[in-house]
Design a binder for this molecule. Sequence first.
Ligand code: AQP
Length: 331
Amino acid sequence: MTQNIKKRIFSGVQPSGNLHIGNFLGAIKQWVDLQDEYDSVFSVVDYHAITVKYDPNVLKKKIIEIAKIYIAGGINSERVIIFQQSDVRAHTELCWILNAVSARISDLNKMTQFKDKAGLGNVNVGVGLYDYPVLMAADILLYNTDIVPVGDDQLQHVELARDLAKRFNHDYEKIFKIPEAKIIKQGARIMGLDNPEKKMSKSAKSDLSRIGLLDKPRLAMKKIMKATTDIGAEIKFCPKEKPGISNLLTIYSLLGNIEIKKLEKKYTNKMYGEFKKDLAEIVAEFLNNFQKKYNKTDDKQITEILTAGAKKAEPIAEETLLKVKRAIGLK
Ligand code: AQP
């Protein structure tokens, strides 16, 4: 009898800053939708979070918070692996090996996220931030990953993981599976509320730019009412001409489960204020439901989930690492 082996997905979020609806709609919601179809591995990628300035006491709390958000968002910890990246040593080991034998300075010099985060000409940033994409490649490749569901800001990093895998397979032995990024059609890049030309981000300076998943619903409503809109009163989806209102339409459509075309119809000849008021209600309702689930999960339960997850993740990662070590002459 042939066994029906599921393809594997791997993804993660860094425990840095306040998770926002962009992270949820671009990444976590996809994971929830895919978790039954795929063999799923989701990590709290804490080694990535230490590549920028951080407070160790805050980090400890954030690691638990992120895992709680996975569960509140709908990830089923009984069916999928949820683990903390630093609990599985193979991640940093494979990262070092890839740094040495496969990654090139020219690969990393192309990475736009590093340029955005470090700032042009800024040499006073940690080497880890520069090397972040190689660690991400190691995260993905250790698990023989088929699919990596992410928001579109991470596409370039997944492409690097593919390139490094191909290069390693060519230079040594065909060990790595070549992963593919999976970018959701709608919601892959939720934009900032204060500046719809920039993506919503955990590290953006202004808290008004994002709706945090743990924001008080009243505060979130105020943020929506203050969101930047565009010239002209028409409520129409047109990201080039109307980036502000198009972003709000996307959020409304995804959280309210209504097609954008229907929303355009509903708000024909209506004012921005009315549209925003309704969206604020939708956002508040989503946050209320989300936070109810979040508050039900206790920290002890999360620690147990992460410990059990690491136990399941480790043998998969170790098996790949051992093959790699053999191929490059370390074993
Ligand atoms: N604005 C966004 N819209 C849709 N998806 C998004 N993601 C991030 N921002 C948006 C996706 O969320 C996941 C989180 O990945 P991460 O924690 O590694 O950080 P990131 O991609 O760098 O996200 P942030 O929110 O901008 O954090 P900071 O400011 O810390 O860098 C990824 O799948 C990402 O694509």
